[in-house]
Write a protein that binds this ligand. Structure first.
Ligand code: UD1
Ligand code: CA
Length: 459
């Protein structure tokens, strides 16, 4: 027999549990690792398989989990509610109930295995078409917590024993159940009806289906998989370990694509991040979320980019960039803080101790030191002096500052918004600018200096 046809293959994803070992108010599958929730990692691995249906079984925090599942944009995805978490077998039965008649084979996948790859799932989907059930098994350093695989004398799989139910001899078994299976649908449905709760946890174990099938003379095959691709995450320690593996994969991908990573050990890259060739990531950088970096850019040292867009040849040193966009050859930092809605055009500069929010800084414009720009539209070739700020908030509303091309804002200015600085205009150092400044004008707002000759000597 050949591999199941994809249009007859569905997946049931088990994501109803709370995950008590996490000691969290948030359902386990909603915990994030390397930029995505665990559930999202699993669904992203399933998406390329092009299955007929994907059913996500939800329970704890059902609405949030279902919402997250929908975000994954997997075709033909539905969710089903498991009202009470009576075990993995019971959860699978809830999922099966939603499958349409054309489905003849079913993958069952847990929602807490974020290291799954499409390749591993393809192997499970296509491998050994003759077996009624195929399960992925693995050999961890420490098999603790996993169900142990039991073979007969001839080496055939005859059952799975959960750790809490295992005898001393069974506990010594190194080969464990990865918790991912492919079943013939009809045989699975029939076996699920025979499950009992006669075990240490008082639950309907999906794993018992294996011995039930074997008892009926069906073939069950074990397909070995690397632990680094199938390990489950049941507590915060395992979450951190999974994060390490996912980030390592992301870094290896970037390096293969031509990115220089000076120190992989201190570079943290989420799975969705893209970086162009000949860009250098200096030590101590975090590239998170949907961050994209172009070619020949330099990031770091010590920078955090979250959903940031950095274009070719830009430099970001020792800075935080959150949902902001940095144009080609622009210069950021050290110690800049670019907040959402900020856009630096080509060759613009946000230098040391500069904060920007919802601001565009035009081509070749510069705020080189100690400045705050909020809700500002700044044209090209503007110089924004040291110590100057836009006073965008009056305690009630935010107001806009507009600075036209070629203007020169002196040092230590307060531009009290709403205010407009004309093209080529200059403002004097120390001014509080409350009125619009016309093109090419000088605006100066400060008291005359008094100089008393000899005063200091007489004192
Ligand atoms: C399960 C397997 C174990 C295997 C391990 C691999 C069983 C009984 N045990 O153990 O053999 O080695 O996975 O990682 O299947 N869930 C529901 N509804 C429920 C119970 C669980 O949706 O009623 C979901 C959970 O949210 C989770 C998944 O099923 O995503 C697995 O449940 P979990 O409690 O983590 O099972 P393990 O103890 O890890
Ligand atoms: Ca688990």
């Amino acid at each position: 027999m050949t591999a199941p046809r994809r249009d007859e293959l569905a997946a049931v994803v088990l994501a109803a549990g709370m995950g008590t070992r996490f000691r969290s108010d948030v359902a386990k599958v909603m915990h994030r690792v390397a930029g995505r929730t665990m559930l999202r990692h699993v669904l992203d691995a399933l998406r390329p398989l092009g299955l007929r249906q994907v059913v996500v079984v939800v329970g704890h925090q059902a609405q949030e989990v279902a919402g997250e599942a929908a975000q994954a944009e997997v075709d033909h995805l539905v969710t089903v509610l498991q009202e009470e978490q009576l075990g993995t077998g019971h959860a699978t039965a809830q999922g099966l109930a939603l499958l349409d008649d054309a489905v003849r084979h079913v993958l069952v996948v847990p929602g807490d295995t974020p290291l799954l790859t499409p390749a591993t799932l393809e192997r499970l989907a296509d491998g050994d078409g003759e077996a009624t059930a195929t399960l992925l098994t693995t050999e961890p350093e420490d098999p603790g917590g996993y169900g142990r695989i039991i073979h007969d004398d001839a080496g055939a799989v005859v059952g799975i024993v959960e750790e809490t139910d295992a005898s001393g001899e069974e506990l010594a078994v190194r080969e464990v159940n990865a918790g991912m299976y492919r079943f013939e649908r009809a045989a699975l449905a029939a076996s699920l009806r025979q499950l009992d709760t006669d075990n240490a946890q008082g639950e309907q174990y999906l794993t018992d289906v294996v011995s039930i099938l074997v008892g009926r003379g069906e073939t069950v095959r074990a397909l070995p998989a690397p632990f680094s691709e199938v390990s489950g995450v049941n507590d915060r320690g395992e979450l951190a370990t999974a994060g390490h593996v996912l980030r390592q994969r992301a870094l290896e991908r970037l390096m293969r694509q031509g990115v220089t990573v000076i120190d992989p050990a201190t570079t943290y890259v989420d799975v969705g991040v893209t970086v162009g060739r000949d860009t250098v990531l200096l030590p101590g950088c975090l590239l998170e979320g949907d961050t994209t970096v172009g070619e020949r850019a330099t990031i770091g040292p010590y920078s955090r980019l979250v959903d940031a867009h950095v274009e070719d040849g830009a430099r970001v040193a020792q800075s935080h960039v959150i949902a902001a966009s940095i144009g080609p050859q622009a210069d950021v930092g050290p110690f800049a803080y670019l907040r959402p809605g900020t856009r630096l055009e080509r060759r613009a500069k946000a230098g040391a101790f500069v904060e920007m929010k919802n601001t565009t800084l035009g081509e070749a414009s510069k705020a080189p030191h100690l400045a705050y720009l909020g809700d500002a539209r700044v044209g090209r070739n503007v110089n924004f002096g040291a110590g100057s700020i836009t006073v965008n908030y009056d305690g009630f509303d935010k107001h806009e500052t507009v600075i036209e091309d070629g203007a020169f804002v002196g040092s230590d200015n307060m531009l009290v918004a709403p205010v407009h600085i004309g093209r080529g205009a200059v403002t004097g150092a120390g001014s509080v600018i409350t009125h619009d400044v016309p093109d090419d004008a000088l605006a100066l707002e400060r008291s005359e200096q008094r100089t008393l000759a000899g005063w200091a000597a007489r004192r």
